[in-house]
Design a protein around this ligand. Structure first.
Ligand code: ADP
Ligand code: MG
Length: 370
């Protein structure tokens, strides 16, 4: 793919070449800052479609008429730059119908901007976790499509991408929805590549509380199973229409995973279902909830792989609940609450973990051989 729009670079061709080398963007289209300013009507607030941990996202129309999501990363920190490099390298090498497609980037001066295909229905969190009664109703078939598509994108990252990729930040605001509510995984800013010969890497924790696998949150052990855990939490949110970031379920104010586990113990799993969902096949619903419970088990080696998850979701199989072991939950603060009947040993808060979105960009990643 060729480069374009260098007109607005005030620097020499030499510098442009340096920048290309720096980010290794030989297969990524480059855009000038000016062209993005025009595409977004000077980054007009009415074109803002999102903002997360690392910048603001605008809707824009490019010169050729293509709609794009234009993600401006905060440029003044090293974190922003590292984030940018990770994301661009990551996403430019992978292609799958359930992964958001990169259109190009802008690396002018301090600006670090990513351009993605624009997804009409924004993110799953904006649709699912909106104030009740507002906006689109996500019926059960749509929710099934979202679960299956996300599982499929994640299975691709884990098993087929080369090198394999752990996303590390699977959550509702990073699942984008196209005009037909088909999901695409976005936001690769925290993703890590897994070389072939390693099973896990030790790293400082990054991610979002509420979706964090306990072994990853507390010990920094990152495996694909940390993504599987987050995916399990996501299924519970999709089924219940409730956010995992609140600790507000049942009499004991449990977190979502704990609540699901308690309902399983009390054999009333269907109480979890979003009251807005009036029609659904009970057997399929129960299967999805059980898959979520398999994914969120405390013992990471008991969790299925994403390929197995896909099979469990798509085939009309009877999942043996007896094989389920207790759910694991990471809470930021020590708590007496448990989802099951016994007290779990993984409840201590981690003093190094202090905000909802955990950053670890100065971290050194150690690769542990198999
Ligand atoms: N391709 C896109 N199409 C439509 N909306 C998007 C797109 N990418 C991001 N957004 C919106 O912007 C928000 C933040 O984007 P994201 O890539 O997750 O950035 P951050 O790193 O700040 O979390 C998303 O939750 C979504 O609402
Ligand atoms: Mg995000």
């Amino acid at each position: 793919m060729g480069f374009c729009c260098f007109g607005a670079f005030e620097s020499s061709k030499e510098k442009s070449r340096e920048q290309e080398e720096e980010i290794g963007t030989s297969n990524v289209k480059l855009f000038s800052y000016n062209s993005l300013r025009s595409a977004t009507s000077l980054f007009h607030p009415s074109n803002k479609v999102g903002g997360g941990g690392f910048g603001v996202v605008y809707r824009g129309i490019l010169r050729d008429g293509t709609r794009a999501a234009i993600k401006i990363l905060s440029s003044d920190s090293k974190q922003g730059t590292k984030e940018f490099l990770t994301e661009i390298n990551m996403i430019s090498t992978v292609r799958h119908p359930n992964l958001v497609q990169l259109i190009g980037c802008c690396v002018e001066d301090k600006n670090r901007i990513l351009l993605y295909e624009y997804l009409e229905n924004n993110s799953l969190s904006s649709v699912l976790l909106r104030p009740k009664g507002k906006g689109v109703h996500l019926d059960w078939p749509k929710r099934v499509t979202i679960c299956m598509g996300t599982a499929s994108g994640l299975a691709f990252l884990h098993e087929e991408a080369n090198p394999q990729i752990v996303h590390r930040d699977i959550k509702a605001s990073n699942i984008l929805l196209d005009e037909n509510f088909h999901p695409k995984i976005g936001d690769f800013g925290l993703a890590k590549l897994f070389p072939d010969n390693v099973t896990h890497i030790s790293t400082r924790v990054a991610g979002t509380v509420g979706y964090l696998a306990p072994e990853y949150a507390m010990l920094g052990q990152l495996t694909k199973k940390a993504d599987v855990y987050s995916f399990g939490v996501l299924i519970l949110e999709i089924v219940s229409g409730k956010s995992s970031s609140m600790a507000a379920f049942g009499e004991d104010l449990l977190v979502l995973v704990e609540w699901a586990w308690q309902l399983k113990e009390e054999e009333r799993l269907l109480d979890l279902v979003d009251p807005e969902l009036t029609e659904y096949p009970a057997a399929e619903m129960l299967r999805f909830i059980k898959v979520a419970l398999f994914c969120t088990q405390a013992a990471s080696n008991h969790r299925p792989s994403m390929k197995q998850v896909l099979d469990m979701l798509s085939k009309d199989v009877n999942l043996n609940e007896k094989l389920l072991t207790e759910a694991g939950v990471y809470r930021r603060y020590t708590s007496q609450h448990t989802g099951g009947k016994e007290t779990r040993g993984n409840k201590q808060s981690n003093p190094s973990v202090s905000s909802n979105h955990l950053d670890s960009f100065q971290s050194v990643t150690t690769i542990l051989p198999r």
